[in-house]
Design a protein around this ligand. Sequence first.
Ligand SMILES: [Zn+2]
Ligand SMILES: [Zn+2]
Length: 673
Amino acid sequence: MTIIRVALDTPLDFCFDYRWCAEHPDAVPPLVGQLALVPFGRREVVGLIVAVNVDTEVPADKLKNVLAIRSQLPALSGQWIALCAFAADYYQRPLGEVAIPGLPRNLRALKTVALDRALKKLAKIEAVHDATPAAMPVLNLAQQEAADAIAGARGFAPHLLYGVTGSGKTEVYLQAAAQILARIDDAQILILVPEINLTPQLEGSIRARFPGIAVATLHSSLAEGERMTHWLAAHLGQARIVLGTRLAILASLPRLQLIVIDEEHDPSYKQQEGLRYSARDLAVWRAHQLGIAIVLGSATPSLESWQHAQTGRYRKLELRQRAVAAAVLPTVHLIDMERNKPVDGITPVLIAALKLRLQRGEQSLLFLNRRGYAPVLACDACGWISNCSRCTAFMVLHKPEHRLRCHHCSLELRIPRSCPTCGNVDLQPLGRGTQRVEEGLQAVFPEARITRIDADSTRKKGSAQAAFDTVHRGEVDILIGTQMVAKGHDFKNLTLVGILNPDTALFSQDYRASERLFAQLMQVAGRAGRAAQKAGGSASEVLIQTRYPQHPLYAAVLNHDYDHFATELLAERRQAHLPPYLYQALLRAEARELETAIDFLTQAASAVEHPGITINDPIPMTMTRVANVDRAQLLIECPSRPALQAFLKVWLAALRTIKTRAKWSLEVDPVDI
Ligand SMILES: [Zn+2]
Ligand SMILES: [Zn+2]
């Protein structure tokens, strides 16, 4: 008889012991890292074996038997379990809640049929051996040095690849990967991107470049069967390159030799629910644990990574020029909206620039990070505005769909014919979203082919890709879009980018807002002029419409000067005692009544002694009510990460004993405060 300890996906912060009895005398005893089917309460669940032959404190008559071991699946490695254990410990969650949900659902299912089928189907992702690899482009000197530095590094080697947009960072990743794959027989490489559906070009170039190698993708829009096959291919070492989104950081990769985090500053590397982890931070830990190289690439690195590069903790590799020799960074101009009054949200200067591109057959991009027709519908007669009845938010006018929609609780109403308060029939849209800009532009340029890409226009599966394809084929003259169009795309014929309303982020309460705005502006600006200027064609330019042309953030954007901007911002953060010079955790509580949430947080604030830890006052969240639930938060700060971690452990134990009707959760290193 063997006693095994199993981690289960429960909120209880401990593991469970079970008895394993061999059915046959020659049955192989279970191993750490195998999955076991066990009874739990009235259910049967799959758990991860974390110890074998344990001395259990459970009395023999209470000990239940293991129902089955998934022995056809090779055990998960000790290193993988250590990664999950680290994440569990750091983010203050039970091990099972980290390890189990990351596994493909079919692996967690009770029946083993799916697993057997997937193991058989693995042949499908095998490489196409007879295809000729696409030629490796010749790198410029800076690219070559960067690729060599990454591939030549030994042991734990974190790199910050800081390169302007269009400088060919992807090529550096691919050629460093090629060197490592050639040097180490069974090496695996993990490449993380913010959103895989918005960067299909990358997957295409990886497959073309490495036709002799199995490539697996891991992201949330894979079908279950596919996800299982790809996960297994990674786990069995068969997939040599794994391309994925943040969830892929928890994949089992027994031969991992290099991790690449593309656009490392991107907020989507932070999971915003459940286990609120940072895939970037876990990736650095994983590289350290394995003693391998990691590359964090960006044109606008996060201040955290920038600081590590400044202090020498990360090696900084710089690409100062665009990869296409004749392609130059676009010139950026600010359009002062006080002097150049917009009509329908667009200034005459920008209209003239658009007109020029239309005449020359070039493409333009208009960026506005606000979808819908107008953010508010209002009544001039009585002051009624389209508030959401369930949230502290406005209902957004969606004109083509004839709806008012709340973007926070997804409540939908038909557009009222008249004011619900006074009956006035002349309701006015206030402000401007992408739909309204599209309508206005079509009136100015009736002949132009205009396409809008945002979450509304791309609801159907595959429609985003189809829309991007029409842009790439040159069938679109003017593209209007939200942040969906800012990332990754290489539009060859695009020479003008217009940015419509970036000012709101300048005065946000969130101290990270300016860092994000800068990154976003640089990224969207970087869509212009990625190819060489054509004879008789326009020089690429970026026009930013603003009411605050004197703002220092715009000065930095004008000069493409991230260095200076980041250095100033870091100095401000240091002075104001903000991250990365301070560590934070956030306790959130939500309840039907705000009072219940605040009351819980008030008790939490004084639950244990906390020398050296700053506990701020409980406050309602900026958007207090969402879907009829009130939300409040309590911010905890400390200049020492270990001290904060030690406090959180003790504190959490105390929080669990507080009686409350509020639902609460703790987040370590929060990014949205
Ligand atoms: Zn009214
Ligand atoms: Zn709502």
